[in-house]
Design a protein around this ligand. Structure first.
Ligand code: 6PG
Length: 227
């Protein structure tokens, strides 16, 4: 399903409402909610909005769909972004924050350790890069073909670094996946991913039993046939 919002702020508001609804439902059903946060710049507005909403913080377990190979206090850390925008400002128990240990010099070991901390996920947030990557699954990467590992540490040639990322077997096993995409610079890749032949990593996100939701702002959706 695709939802289109007037601008980036409305997109963040729509995603926040979805987050509140799904976390409320999960907590009512089983007492807790598990979510994987995404990095990049788009979800920051969502995280900031959630701080002031009615969210069952103490019942939520936070994971990350990917992490950069840096320590948690590094400006590029996805954990740091979410911590500063949201987690440091709400009553979530420290033990519910399951960050990827990007400071480990051995990225593969950080990935293996992270696999051990996972719980079944109710919601995975994802972004889309202009090259069609999602999480840290980049075009041409062998991690695209991973079938066993749930978290991996691919070398990302174009960025000259390792990344630590959830893999497709894990992502596609989630109860729900939400893509958040904003901005005119994403319009071309959004069109290719949603309307073109299957070739980009983001197109391999197809939850087996879960829901797949794309939330876009108008600029990102501007080249869609129906947009
Ligand atoms: C990361 C990501 C990545 C991101 C996209 C979109 O760590 O960078 O998780 O997959 O979601 O690159 O990023 P923007 O929202 O910044 O465009």
């Amino acid at each position: 399903m695709i939802e289109i919002f007037a601008n980036a702020q409305e997109l963040a508001r729509g995603a926040a409402e979805y987050f509140v609804a799904r976390s409320g439902e999960a907590v009512a059903q089983k007492g807790f909610f598990t979510v994987a946060l995404s990095g990049g710049s788009t979800p920051k507005a969502l995280y900031q909005l959630l701080v002031d909403l009615d969210v069952p913080w103490s019942r939520i377990h936070f994971f990350w769909s990917d992490e950069r190979h840096v320590p948690p206090d590094h400006p590029d850390s996805n954990y740091r972004m979410a911590y500063e925008a949201m987690l440091s400002r709400v009553p979530v128990p420290e033990g519910n924050i399951h960050r990827i240990r990007g400071e480990n010099p051995d990225a593969a070991e950080a990935a293996r350790e992270y696999e051990q901390t996972l719980l079944p996920l109710d919601l995975i947030l994802l972004g889309l890069g202009t090259d069609g990557h999602t999480a840290s699954i980049f075009p041409g990467s062998e991690v695209l073909h991973e079938t066993k590992r749930l978290v991996a540490a691919p070398w990302v040639e174009k960025l000259n670094t390792y990344r630590i990322t959830m893999t497709l077997p894990l992502i596609n096993n989630s109860a729900a996946v939400l893509f958040l995409i904003s901005g005119a610079e994403k319009a071309g890749i959004v069109k290719e991913v949603l309307e073109g032949p299957k070739q980009y990593p983001a197109q391999f996100v197809q939850p087996t039993h879960g829901r797949l939701l794309w939330m876009l702002d108008k600029d990102a959706a501007s080249r869609l046939a129906a947009g």
